[in-house]
Write a protein that binds this ligand. Structure first.
Ligand SMILES: Nc1ncnc2c1ncn2[C@@H]1O[C@H](COP(=O)(O)OP(=O)(O)O)[C@@H](O)[C@H]1O
Ligand SMILES: [Mg+2]
Length: 406
């Protein structure tokens, strides 16, 4: 954090120069002199260097009166206080000396006499650079969603997680449908965007955040890059283009959920997984799904890596005839990260209305999607009150049944 006034250190052998430098710093509203010395810092153990280490000035003015001692001072302070912004100053503008000063760690040169405006500009450049470095690297997070068997719920999970995360005011979320040979996320959301993922991929050589966002459609607070609209078996995207697109996706959005068919190709899966935070593998508690998931996980483990795999059990009913979580985990040798309840009525109603379930009802499944989104991304904390309210409603309903009023 930058303090209200920038702490300035001055190294200048001449009393006259020091007084001039002191005056111009004091005249600035941005800075104050916190250390002033006539002695160059000729090594880390020297007294003058120790004073700098005690005071920790953020901005250091070094006079080049004794060029060799000044260069040595820059080297010493650059290594002792790498965060400090060092500026060299001199009456004469000697190009070779300035280059050596820059190589020794100086950030810029100010010719003497230094006028107030020139110092202010240098201080502002320091502040701007500091703020820029303090800003966290803005790289969005990609979550791939896949399933070893069609009809398991991968598209539903991708849509609902994306919608849940998009509720966060700070979040800018994309849903990317790599569905092949056809994508169905747009049909689930009842949108007909102008462009498909194929348009985005074919523009990969000139793709940037701005162009990517012009290809995207918008619905339910999401940006959507829909899959192919026509049935074209065997048409899979170019791996290079996919990699470029996902890199740009990370720059353009805070979060992206990719509906990723496991059949896409080994290189495609490797590329997508490498650029992702998590690989969500959806399965259902039925033998064919478990069997296929086991084979998929073995493939991922042996080829592209399974460290990012998060196993999601969908349509779990906890019925007595259902294969238990323990049995599933033992078979696929992977812990279940989350279980989503079975609710065919709510799911199919959402598809029929062309809306994500989390945006339209308060079902247990909708809550479970929101909880899962929070567990995965750490954003958009689920609302607890509604859950308490629904359980009170349940108690009232039970009471009504006991009273014979229902
Ligand atoms: N938790 C759930 N409970 C009941 N039905 C679900 C659930 N999740 C998804 N479905 C339904 O299962 C079907 C297949 O879902 P989909 O997301 O298209 O699977 P996939 O993308 O894996 O093929 C859809 O009809 C969907 O409404
Ligand atoms: Mg699907």
């Amino acid at each position: 954090m930058i303090s209200a006034r920038i702490k300035v250190g001055i190294v200048a052998p001449s009393a006259k120069t020091r007084a001039r430098l002191h005056k111009v710093v004091s005249a600035s509203e941005l800075a104050e002199v916190s250390l002033e010395t006539d002695t160059y810092c000729l090594g880390k153990g020297k007294g003058s260097t120790r004073r700098f280490l005690e005071v920790l000035p953020e901005f250091i003015l070094v006079d080049l009166e004794d060029p060799e001692a000044a260069i040595q001072t820059l080297q010493t302070l650059h290594s002792a206080l790498p965060e400090s912004w060092m500026v060299v100053t001199s009456e004469k503008k000697r190009a070779q000396l300035i280059i050596r000063a820059m190589q020794a760690g100086a950030r810029e040169f100010l010719g003497q006499p230094i006028v107030k405006g020139k110092l202010s500009q240098a201080l502002e450049r320091y502040v701007a650079e500091k703020q820029c470095n303090n800003e966290p690297q803005k790289v969005g997070k990609i979550y791939c969603v896949t399933a070893a068997k069609g009809g398991t719920g991968a598209t539903s999970v991708a849509i609902n997680l994306a919608t849940a995360v998009a509720q966060g005011q700070e979040n800018n979320v994309a849903l990317i449908d790599l569905g092949s040979p056809i994508g169905d996320a747009a049909v689930y959301l009842d949108v007909k965007p102008k462009f498909t993922i194929s348009d985005t991929l074919s523009a990969s050589s000139r793709l940037d955040s701005v162009l990517l966002q012009t290809f995207a459609g918008h619905c339910h607070g999401l940006s959507i890059l829909p899959g192919p609209r026509e049935f074209h078996p065997g048409q899979i995207p170019d791996v290079e283009a996919l990699s470029v697109m996902l890199e740009v996706v990370r720059q353009a959005y805070t979060h992206a959920f990719v509906d990723l068919p496991a059949s896409l190709g080994e290189e495609h899966l490797r590329t997508a997984i490498e650029l992702s935070e998590a690989m969500i593998v959806v399965l259902t508690p039925e033998l064919p799904s478990i069997w296929r998931t086991d084979r998929l996980l073995r493939f991922l483990d042996g080829s592209v890596g399974s460290e990012k795999v998060h196993l999601i059990l969908n349509r779990s009913s906890n019925g007595s005839d259902e294969i238990t979580n323990g049995e599933i985990e033992k078979t696929v040798k992977q812990p279940i990260f989350w279980s989503l309840p079975n609710d065919y009525r709510a799911s199919s109603e959402a598809v029929k209305l062309g809306k994500p379930l989390v945006s339209m009802n308060n079902s247990q499944l909708a809550h479970s999607y929101v909880e899962l989104a929070y567990r995965l991304t750490g954003t958009v904390r689920p609302k607890k009150k509604k859950q308490r309210f629904s359980s009170i409603l349940e108690i009232l309903k039970i009471g009504e049944r006991f009273n014979g009023t229902s």
